[in-house]
Design a protein around this ligand. Structure first.
Ligand code: GLA
Length: 381
């Protein structure tokens, strides 16, 4: 893929580019907690987005999507978001750099990737890859942390999704054979060596992506913010649901309206589950870890209501197999993938059975994606 993107750039623009790469991410556990200052447990994967870039001595930028085989040109001193367009992720990053005071000149850019499913955060990978490429091209030496914050802001302003920090953070800071316990309050992480022994992580791609995903995501975030406002009458120092201890759930139930409580409960208990999952991994208790994945799914589906029939089916079907330690929907929800922890011996039979069951139920052929925990964003030599 790297050579393909470099070659495509040379064919289009007749010069040698600088190349950057940023990976997609998985998340072991800790879903819909990042925008409430919570804990998450993501990791970068080997698949990602490659960006080839070079200056062009113009004030316009020409960007080319290898996947769509389509070019987009914009004036770097005058541009605005274009609803639903892939160019937003580049323009959004340019805008963030400019707002931070960096003077950019025109550039040419080609990008493409091999992220095989939705829910692995290709948008964050693209934003982080563009940020990494721009920083190198103009010799700006911008820190990874700043690139992550720009990527998050860019997604808010140019794609209209009020996402948390998890996806660009994992894409930037991923480490081989490690997952990251990220505290989204301090934006600090701890690298945790991950070794599942005779078990492997396997993603099942539902191949559905429901349209309401982005607006529903923003709504979930708003409902958490609304809960916090109400809870402040009793917890005056609380700024997010992170400040509400899990042991106080009963009290919280009495304070919040019935429509809000389950959403708040999900976030509060999910943060607790990240702590427990980290402990279980540390102690090598994969059964306990797997059970937490299951609890996470139930909470995301029943309380937070971000699952869908297809994801529920895939998760519940997995729970029935003795060889699966845990399974849950992963990422924002309403489609995308489930993440499963499966014994290596049964990887083949699991796929055969799941393929048949899912096909029979929904008429869709599921994809299976193995993941290797990998390094974060970088400039390629
Ligand atoms: C999306 C968002 C993240 C996070 C997850 C859910 O991937 O981009 O910030 O909120 O959903 O955990």
């Amino acid at each position: 893929m790297k050579d393909k993107i470099a070659q495509s750039f040379e064919n289009l623009f007749g010069k040698k580019p600088i190349l950057a790469f940023a990976p997609g991410r998985i998340n072991l556990i800790g879903e819909h907690t990042d925008y409430q200052d919570g804990l998450v447990f993501p990791a970068a994967v080997a698949q990602g987005i490659w960006v080839a870039i070079q200056k062009n001595d113009l004030t316009t930028s020409r960007i080319f999507s290898e996947d769509f085989r389509e070019e987009f040109v914009f004036d770097i001193n005058s541009f605005s978001p274009k609803k639903g367009h892939w160019a937003n992720y580049t323009m959004g990053m340019v805008s963030q750099f400019q707002q931070a005071g960096y003077k950019l000149e025109g550039f040419d850019l080609v990008f493409g990737g091999n992220i095989p499913a939705s829910g692995l955060s290709s948008s964050a990978a693209l934003s982080v890859a563009v940020g990494t490429a721009l920083s190198a091209l103009f010799g700006l030496e911008i820190s990874k942390k700043s690139i992550v914050l720009y990527a998050q802001k860019s997604e808010h302003l140019f794609a209209g999704v009020k996402c948390g920090i998890m996806d660009p953070y994992a894409s930037a800071f991923g480490k081989e054979n490690h997952a990251l316990i990220l505290d989204c309050r301090t934006n600090q992480h701890k690298e945790v060596a991950v070794n599942f022994g005779p078990h492997s992580l396997l993603l099942v791609n539902s191949k559905v992506k429901h349209n309401l995903a982005d607006s529903a995501y923003n709504k979930r975030r708003e409902s958490c913010e609304e809960s916090v406002k109400i809870l402040q009458s009793v917890y005056p120092d609380a700024t997010t649901l992170r400040d509400i201890p899990a042991k106080d759930l009963e009290k919280v139930k009495d304070i919040l309206p019935a429509a809000l409580f389950p959403k708040a409960k999900h976030v509060i208990t999910e943060i607790e589950r990240v702590n427990l999952a980290s402990k279980a991994l540390h102690e090598g208790d994969l059964t306990a870890f797997g059970d937490l994945l299951k609890d996470s799914h139930k909470s995301l589906s029943k309380d937070f209501e971000v699952s869908c029939a297809e994801l529920d089916f895939l998760a519940v079907q997995s729970w029935k197999s003795a060889e699966v330690l845990g399974s849950r929907m992963m990422g924002g929800g309403f489609g995308g993938c489930t993440i499963n922890l499966i014994s290596n011996e049964n990887l083949e039979s699991f796929q055969t059975e799941m393929r048949t069951a899912y096909q029979e139920k929904f008429g869709i052929e599921a994809d299976f994606i193995s993941v290797a925990l990998s390094e974060g964003a970088r400039i390629l030599g």
